[in-house]
Ligand binder design. Structure first.
Ligand code: IFM
Length: 460
């Protein structure tokens, strides 16, 4: 029997501005740190960039029509901050606002509910130059002004606003570089602006990113229409209990709080965890009066980006109460170097977040995988591995909802093949294949699975 989702469950797809729009200099847009980062030889595989990407800035109408035909009910896109504020702050660029106004109107005409992300990593270069980006609280304050502007101009039609996407990725990978364990090895990832701060500097950047989120929530509440819903989208660290005994599940709950100590825990508790702060020692961030109230501002939803488990854990008789297992070198993975495979993360992620913090609403703001997709001689793209992964992940998510997690929708990453940051254009995450030479779009097998499952509101 097919696993049916609750009535009204949203079947969505997601993208971000720098990864799809192209047109980096069009109509008064200012440069972002990604425009600059891609110009440095060696930063991006094959020297590629998002300079053209899938040319969505010019093709958004036909892209929206394609999503409508695939039964997409909600679309998560991001707004390019330097398209709206070329200098990051100060005078807005009317042509930038006009683009997102047209995009939103087009989505609404197609019957697709828009979810707008304000920050998906493309910081205005001007703020990097003036303040060192998120090293300064001035960037958090400028972000709040930009958030208020968006709420003022778009919240009559966009009722769901995501503040910041994946704190851990753009902060830790952008300001220090991050080592991710995969089986018996680690993968090191660096993102723009490509800095290598020390532990103290990194802690302060983390704090300013959280502050930017909190100040943005307050600005949206102050300037948006009543009823505007707001929340973050974080790539939550997901521990998986080795076996689901009560003791191991309790250990996984403790691990969830500890592993998410830098971001999700303070956002959802309004305070840094005492043990986490103590472990930072002299490197703990400076916190100004009022910061933690802003960071812990009440949310309407919590967005969870879930791709992989962070650790397999079991109970331990110690202060923290859990220990992590070693990852076997033969653990299976998807096509990205960091993408450890376990669909069960879609069960334990939302379930543990629900059990620990009891948020009123959760969205899976990203889930998906890269695969080596290419059209066959028949022109079709048979991404059977993605199909296998997504179906299993959806079934796991269904179990989380059965266990009480209030998951209102899921956004698949990604609608289209796009510019996958330092991996360039050939790390394909889309349900719709894009030939980057011709810009021809071809829905893959997974898109047809999505269409049928969304229509039935069930895992088909
Ligand atoms: O492409 C990224 C996205 O921008 C953020 N989350 C993970 C995706 C896949 O790596």
């Amino acid at each position: 029997m097919a696993l049916r989702f609750p009535e009204g469950f949203l079947w969505g797809m997601a993208t971000s501005a720098y990864q799809i729009e192209g047109a980096p200099d069009a109509d008064g847009k200012g440069p972002s740190i990604w425009d600059s980062f891609c110009k440095v030889p060696g930063n991006i595989r094959n020297g590629e960039s998002g300079g053209v990407a899938i040319d969505h800035y010019r093709r958004y109408r036909s892209d929206v029509a394609l999503m409508r035909d695939l039964g997409v009910q909600a679309y998560r896109f991001s707004i390019s901050w330097p398209r709206l504020f070329p200098e990051g702050d100060g005078a807005p660029n009317p042509a930038g606002l006009d683009f997102y106004t047209r995009l939103v109107d087009c989505l609404l005409e197609a019957g697709i509910r828009p979810f707008a992300t304000l920050y998906h990593w493309d910081l205005p270069q001007a703020l990097q130059d003036r303040f060192g980006g998120w090293q300064s609280r001035a960037t958090a304050q400028a972000f709040a002004r930009y958030a208020g502007f968006v709420a003022r101009h778009l919240s009559d039609r966009v009722q769901d606003i995501i503040t910041i996407n994946e704190f851990r990725s753009f902060v830790d990978m952008g300001y220090q570089g991050l080592e991710v364990p995969v089986g018996g090895r680690t993968v090191r990832i660096s993102l723009a602006p490509g800095l290598a701060l020390d532990r103290r500097g990194l802690a302060q950047v983390r704090h300013h990113a959280l502050l930017g989120h909190g100040l943005a929530v307050q600005a949206i509440r102050a300037e948006g229409r009543p009823g505007t819903r707001v929340g973050p989208a974080e790539n939550v660290e997901v521990p998986i209990p080795v076996s689901a005994t009560p003791a191991n599940v309790a250990a996984a709950r403790a691990a969830l709080r500890d592993l998410n100590g830098p971001f999700l825990t303070p956002m959802l508790e309004g305070a840094y965890d005492a043990a986490w702060l103590a472990a930072q020692g002299a490197d703990a961030p400076e916190v100004a009066p009022g910061d933690m109230e802003a960071i812990g501002a009440p949310l309407d939803f919590v967005g969870l980006n879930i791709y992989r488990p962070s650790a397999y854990v079991m109970a331990e008789d110690s202060r923290r109460g859990w220990r992590a297992m070693r990852l076997n070198p033969s653990h299976p993975q998807m096509d990205s170097a960091w993408h450890l495979l376990d669909p069960e993360a879609l069960h334990w992620g939302p379930r543990l977040v629900h059990e620990v913090w009891a948020p009123t609403c959760l969205h899976i703001t990203e889930n998906g995988c890269a695969a080596r997709d290419a059209p066959g001689t028949d022109g079709e793209v048979h991404d059977t591995d993605r199909l296998m992964y997504l179906r299993a992940a959806c079934a796991a998510l269904h179990r989380a909802i059965d266990a009480g997690a209030p998951v209102a929708g899921s956004f698949f990453w990604s609608a289209f093949d796009n510019f996958e940051w330092t991996d360039g254009l050939q790390r394909r995450f889309g349900m719709i294949h894009v030939d980057f030479a011709t810009q021809v779009r071809t829905p893959k097998l997974s898109a047809l699975w999505f269409r049928d499952s969304a229509h039935a509101n069930a895992v088909l």
